[in-house]
Design a protein around this ligand. Structure first.
Ligand code: G6P
Length: 369
């Protein structure tokens, strides 16, 4: 097992550090930047289905559901196709409206999650076209889907999902870009610009990982907190949910993720000097609004840990701690802002002596209801 961990103390840490390569493996052979081509057989073979679809329904559970939420923002932005994101467990039992003009995308690392399987079964019965985004090759969901795309993240052993999340977002971004170009919603120059930016992401993930020691020091300060709040807006709202989930899963600290502006409708009542608030405050998209949210937290003595872009000045003045990630397109920023949140939960869990790779009560793959 030590050999499998490749010198890392835990699988989770290894998998966090594998993300630059995992993302490369995800787009290798699919994204040809110079030629300006995205090749995805599962989409190419059914392009008419995609171009004629009325909407996309994403079904998933857990972290994969969070990737689905990011994908909703990305698909609607780039491809202008309406997207709904559903918890598979809710979808399957609520008599959903599904037609043969719908495309159901099932996202699942394992490809074995019982609720997600049942959701695609239902979708198929109602005539929808089912597209699977799975990591495990040959898994049940990948076999039961009409078409699909693997994430090629490699085996993920840690129960808390890390590289599966970033590679799911990568695959879904490629799909959205491809469809946006095909249906005329993404201009040729925007398309190229996105491809070029996506190609830079692995190096930028590497740069984000260099904050590790700094994040470890922050973890030491807050490891005994009873609660955490995570805030983000736009593309980074689902990242806030994912950050909170990671902390809950492995450190057993109660954490809640919220869209930053919704804070005033509830969570703000919880803020006092005992409450660490992790705020994603990168430059592009809603920056000023998030800065004013940070001011509100500060005036109530909350402790602010902010994820910012390199060279940020405003947030630095207000926050108790800042963690820097490189700048990228707003739409791609979840691929970077997620990294420090994974490391934060990892270090806090280690400091609390928790079983990081196999947290209590959780399973890597939930194959029963
Ligand atoms: C379990 C795992 C999570 C995962 C979720 C969905 O809860 O512990 O890490 O996100 O199942 O799994 P899937 O394999 O369908 O992505």
């Amino acid at each position: 097992e030590q050999i499998e961990k490749g010198g890392y103390e835990h699988f989770m840490l290894k998998e966090i550090h594998e993300q630059p390569n995992a993302v490369i493996d995800t787009y290798r052979g699919r994204m040809l930047v110079n030629e300006g081509i995205i090749r995805m057989a599962g989409v190419d073979d059914h392009i008419e289905k995609f171009l004629n679809a009325n909407r996309i329904i994403i079904v998933a559970c857990g972290t994969s559901w969070h990737a689905g939420l990011v994908a909703e923002y990305i698909f609607e932005d780039l491809a202008r196709i309406p997207v709904e994101v559903e918890y598979a467990s809710e979808f399957r039992y609520r008599n959903p409206i599904i037609t043969d003009k719908d495309i159901v995308i099932a996202i699942s690392q394992s490809g074995e999650t019982a609720d997600t399987r049942a959701a695609i079964q239902l979708a198929k019965e109602k005539g929808a076209f089912v597209f699977g985004v799975c990591n495990v090759v040959g898994s049940t969901i990948s076999r039961e889907s009409d078409a699909g795309a693997y994430t090629h993240a490699g085996p993920e052993i840690g129960v808390a999902s890390t590289k599966a999340f970033t590679t799911q977002i990568t695959v879904l971004t490629l799909m959205a870009l491809k469809l946006g170009k095909a249906n005329g919603n993404v201009s040729a120059s925007d398309y190229h610009m996105h491809l070029q930016e996506l190609a830079l992401i692995p190096e930028k993930i590497k740069a984000s990982l260099t904050s590790d020691a700094h994040i470890q020091a922050i973890s030491d300060i807050y490891k005994d907190s009873a609660n955490f709040l995570y805030l983000g807006r736009g593309f980074n709202f689902p990242v806030a949910l994912e950050g909170a989930l990671k902390l809950k899963e492995i450190s057993y600290i109660h954490a809640e993720g919220y869209p930053a502006a919704e804070m005033k409708h509830g969570p703000i009542a919880l803020i006092d000097e005992q409450m660490p608030v992790v705020v994603i405050a990168t430059k592009r998209g809603h920056y000023e609004k998030v800065v004013s949210n940070i001011q509100e937290i500060k005036s109530r003595s909350g402790k602010i840990i902010a994820i910012v872009n390199e060279g940020d000045v405003h947030v630095k003045e207000l926050a108790d701690h800042v963690i820097e990630v490189p700048d990228t397109l707003e739409l791609l920023s979840p691929l970077l802002t997620t990294i420090p949140l994974q490391l934060l939960s990892y270090h806090i869990a280690v400091m609390r002596d928790c079983n990081v790779d196999q947290p209590r009560n959780l399973a890597k793959s939930v194959t029963v209801e």
